[in-house]
Design a protein around this ligand. Sequence first.
Ligand SMILES: Cc1cc2nc3c(=O)[nH]c(=O)nc-3n(C[C@H](O)[C@H](O)[C@H](O)COP(=O)(O)O)c2cc1C
Length: 190
Amino acid sequence: MTILHIDSSARTQGSVTRDLTTDIVAKLGGDVIRRDLIEALPQITESWVNANFTPADDRDAAQRDTLALSDSLVDELKAADIIVIGTPVYNFGIPAALKAWVDLVARAGLTFKYSETGPVGLLEGKRAIIAVATGGTAVGSEIDFATGHLKHVLGFIGIHDVEVIAADRVMAQGEEAVKDAKAEIERLAA
Ligand SMILES: Cc1cc2nc3c(=O)[nH]c(=O)nc-3n(C[C@H](O)[C@H](O)[C@H](O)COP(=O)(O)O)c2cc1C
């Protein structure tokens, strides 16, 4: 089994989500592909969009080069059986670093396609686990624009089996929130 382990907290010290994803990956076991978004990904640009919308066979060398990083991020996703994503809630959404990753992996023809009945995800048979931490926002509440967004994006590219492990309202609940999340990890099936 191959796990794609993604972290998106800006913190390397004291990060709740990094602590949780480390535990999840250890609990599941398997080969690990690491994508730590502390090494920031570029945002998509006009030339990236134009290259992406140029049919693959018609792309010139510069366009292929522009898409190379995105291609390798898609390859990492395709190689994984389970995607473990650590995400803090930043300003009610996912961190910009994680949004940059989303923009680079949502690729028509690679991770989804357009059909007569609408878009269809192409990454079937995968499972995702999202470890989310918040200071005061209740996960799943109407002001949590992170969890629902990420679940929807994963479904859009074909990943419908998504579990959320939440250490939410850490400022209010303190260690209890983290303890509850860790108990959920213990119950995770491999
Ligand atoms: C820039 C920034 C924005 C944040 N925005 C929110 C927010 O909108 N809602 C919330 O509940 N917590 C917010 N927090 C608190 C974090 O979600 C919380 O500290 C979480 O534990 C961070 O994840 P980490 O521990 O993995 O770094 C914010 C923290 C930072 C640094």
